[in-house]
Ligand binder design. Structure first.
Ligand code: MG
Length: 356
C-alpha cells in the first residue's frame, strides 16, 4: 500500500513523503513493513515507485511460493533478484513483525539489544542561509538534542561548520555528511574541516568511488570518515574497514537489505572495534520504531538519526516513542514495536494492492 504523509518544518507543511508499506497476513498473525526508498531516484538507485513494482511483481510472489517463511528465509528466497535492498528489507521487516508478534518478542530482544534508551541526534538539510541553519541548530538544542549532523556539499561546507562552532563552541557534537558529493580532488578543502573537531565526515566520496579512493581520503583527513551509502552488506563493511576506508559506520537496515543483515554489519563493527550508529531515511514512526530496536545493540555507540518521526512528519501513522531530551525509548512491545494509529493509516492511504 502507498501512503501520503506531509513533511513538516518550522514553517509548516513542506511537501509530502510517498511511503510504501507492506502488510503480510500469516497463519500466526499480521506484520507490517516499511520501505525506506525515497520518493525520487537520485540519492539511491531505489525509489518508491520502483520498490512498489519490485515487491508486487518480483519479490512478494517468491515469498508466497514458499510453504512457510521465517524472517531468516526472506533474504535467501529473494537472492535470485539482484538489487532492490530497500524493497527486500521492507518484506523482511513485515515477516519479522508478524513472527515477533506471534512469539511475543520485541525486535530488540530478538537481536540481543542491551539498552532501554538510545541517543538520537538531529540531521539538518542544506538550508537557505547560515542564519536559517543556526536557527535550526538552536531549535534542536532547545529540544534537548546534543548532536547535530549538517549536510554539506561543495560550496556549502567550511562556512556553515565554522558558523555553528563559533555560535555554540564545543557544547554540541557536530558531524557532517557529504552524501557522496565530493571528489578526491576536494581533499584539501575538506581537510580545513579538521580544525573544527567534528565527530566525523560521512560519505565524502560517492559510493561508486574505488575503495582505494575512500582509503586515500582517509589518509588526507584527520576527521574520521564514516561510510553510509558505500556499506551495502556486512561483507562490504568488513572489506571497507580492513582497507581503512572508514573509521565509523552508519548502519541503515534498508540499505543493507534488512534488519538481520544490519545486525551482521553491527557485529562486524563490534568485532573490529569500529563505532557504529543507526542512520535514518525520514521513515514514518513504523520503521523508526524498528530502528530503535536495532540501535539497542551495544555496538551502536554513537547517537543515531533516531528522532521520533513527529519531528518531520505531520500526523505520523504511529504513536511516538517516549523521549527524554536526546534519549529515545526502545520499544518493548512484541513485533518491530510500532503502535500504529489505524485512523491515520486509513486516511493517509492512497492505494492498496493485494498479492496472493
Ligand atoms: Mg548519510
Amino acid at each position: 500500500m502507498r501512503l501520503r504523509q506531509p513533511f513538516r518544518s518550522a514553517h509548516g507543511v513542506v511537501g509530502h513523503r510517498d511511503v510504501l508499506l507492506v502488510r503480510v497476513v500469516t497463519d500466526g498473525g499480521d506484520g507490517w513493513g516499511e520501505c525506506a526508498a525515497p520518493v525520487e531516484a537520485g540519492y539511491t538507485d531505489e525509489h518508491v515507485r520502483g520498490a512498489h513494482t519490485a515487491v508486487r511483481d518480483d519479490l512478494a510472489p517468491r515469498l508466497l511460493a514458499l510453504r512457510s517463511c521465517s524472517a531468516e528465509d526472506v533474504a535467501p528466497a529473494l537472492s535470485a533478484v539482484t538489487g532492490h535492498p530497500m524493497a527486500k528489507a521492507c518484506l523482511e521487516m513485515a515477516v519479522l513483525d508478524a513472527s515477533l508478534r506471534a512469539d511475543g518478542l520485541s525486535l530488540a530482544t530478538l537481536l540481543g539489544g542491551t539498552r532501554g534508551w538510545v541517543e538520537a541526534g538531529v540531521a539538518l538539510g542544506i538550508p537557505g542561509s547560515i542564519d536559517e541553519l543556526l536557527d535550526a541548530v538552536e531549535a534542536a538544542l532547545g529540544d534537548g538534542y546534543r548532536r547535530v549532523k549538517l549536510k554539506i556539499q561543495p560550496g556549502w561546507d567550511i562556512a556553515p561548520v565554522r558558523a555553528v562552532r563559533e555560535r555554540y563552541g564545543t557544547d554540541v557534537v557536530v558531524q557532517v555528511d557529504g552524501n557522496g558529493s565530493y571528489g578526491l580532488e576536494d581533499a584539501d578543502v575538506l581537510a580545513q574541516l579538521d580544525d573544527f573537531g567534528l565527530a566525523m565526515i560521512e560519505q565524502p566520496l560517492p559510493a561508486a568511488a574505488p575503495l582505494a579512493h575512500h582509503a586515500a581520503m582517509g589518509v588526507r583527513l584527520r576527521t574520521p570518515i564514516c561510510l553510509d551509502e558505500s556499506i551495502i552488506s556486512a561483507a562490504v563493511a568488513a572489506e571497507m574497514i580492513a582497507a581503512e576506508a572508514c573509521a565509523v559506520v552508519n548502519i541503515k537496515p534498508g540499505r543493507v537489505g534488512g534488519y538481520l543483515e544490519a545486525k551482521r554489519v553491527h557485529d562486524v563493527c563490534v568485532a573490529v572495534g569500529v563505532p557504529a550508529w543507526c542512520g535514518g531515511m525520514l521513515e514514518t514512526g513504523l520503521a523508526r520504531a524498528a530502528n530503535l530496536g536495532l540501535a539497542a545493540l551495544a555496538g551502536f555507540t554513537l547517537a543515531g538519526d533516531l528522532t521520533p518521526a513527529e519531528r518531520y512528519l505531520e500526523n505520523d501513522i504511529a504513536e511516538p516513542p517516549a523521549r527524554r531530551g536526546a534519549m529515545v525509548q526502545v520499544p518493548t512491545a512484541p513485533g518491530v514495536g510500532a503502535v500504529l494509529r489505524p485512523e491515520v493509516v486509513a486516511s493517509a492511504t492512497t492505494s492498496v494492492e493485494r498479492v496472493r
